[in-house]
Design a protein around this ligand. Structure first.
Ligand SMILES: Nc1ncnc2c1ncn2[C@@H]1O[C@H](COP(=O)(O)OP(=O)(O)O)[C@@H](O)[C@H]1O
Ligand SMILES: [Mg+2]
Length: 272
């Protein structure tokens, strides 16, 4: 079974796109360099702001015919073909493929309201092509809208990036409950919350350290903590340069932390 990781949190600016893009590249690179027979990774950008698309492909002007929007609007029998046709190679690595977002996604949810089978318009075609990839990574926009629900339905693993701030962490349990509700409501047996990823951690800030300690000792959240990414200006510089943080500076603290997480995710993929 292919692992389909969705990075989601209804908060914006918590590192969803940064994590999804760098982890997608990291998984593809590690698998490729270890000689794995299947190393390609597909990154799906579902955010109409198209940040993940922009940094990985160098453009964000995808439209109605060459983006996720086209897949959402396709007839059921054509959707897998349209999905395949819309996928482009990233500029980061030939093994990293992108299904681009489009600004048109903003109106897509309204257009899909009341359309029979609408919630399955991503999971259906994706299930037909996911096995071509070692993993699929999905970036989401900051809300639990229909589009987010559609990709959570398609996923096997939900990872929740969160900043170590009080108001960010108090919402964590509600995000987990929401994902569990989607799993139970749609009977998606394979879906689980597989990690909370703390991002932009600054050990010099006492509040950050206290919140991380609080998370670690929490009976539910503590078990889900899957990584801590330090606040590191290399991340912003990498975005400006449309590069991965690994490529921008492999020795940066964020690169090392993302590399550790990539190894852990590949181990989890190998376990099935
Ligand atoms: N580890 C980090 N250190 C410093 N800045 C970061 C880090 N992770 C993300 N950022 C910055 O935070 C902002 C929001 O990140 P982003 O990944 O776009 O969040 P989201 O997708 O959740 O809205 C961006 O400007 C990004 O460069
Ligand atoms: Mg984003």
């Amino acid at each position: 079974m292919s692992h389909i990781f969705v990075f989601t949190n209804h908060k914006g600016g918590v590192g969803k796109s940064t994590s999804a893009t760098n982890i997608a590249l990291g998984v593809a690179s590690v698998l490729k360099s270890s000689g794995a027979s299947k190393a390609q990774v597909l990154l799906i950008d579902t955010d109409s702001q198209a940040h993940a698309t922009l940094v990985t492909t160098g453009r964000s002007n995808y439209g109605s015919q060459d983006s996720l929007y086209a897949v959402l609007m396709a007839e059921r029998q054509d959707a897998a073909r349209v999905l395949t046709e819309c996928i482009v190679r990233s500029e980061w690595d030939e093994a990293l493929h992108i299904l681009p977002a489009s600004s048109m996604l903003e109106g897509a949810e309204r257009e899909l309201m009341g359309v029979p089978g609408a919630p399955y318009r991503i999971s259906d075609p994706l299930s037909k092509i996911a096995s071509h990839y070692a993993a699929v990574v999905i970036d989401t926009h900051p809300s639990f809208s229909l589009l987010t629900e559609m990709v959570v339905i398609a996923a096997t693993d939900a990872i929740i990036p969160v900043e170590p701030r009080y108001l960010e962490t108090v919402g964590l349990l509600s995000v987990i409950h929401k994902i569990n509700d989607i799993r139970d409501g749609w009977r998606i047996a394979d879906l689980r919350v597989s990690g909370i990823l703390v991002t932009k951690m600054d050990c010099r800030i006492r509040g950050h350290v206290q919140l991380l300690e609080g998370l670690k000792s929490h009976p539910i959240l503590g078990k889900l903590l899957c990584g801590v990414i330090p606040a590191n200006e290399a991340v912003s510089y990498a975005h400006d340069a449309h590069q991965s943080v690994f490529n921008y500076n492999p020795r940066a603290s964020a690169s090392k932390a993302y590399a550790e997480l990539v190894v852990a995710l590949i181990r989890c993929m190998a376990q099935g």
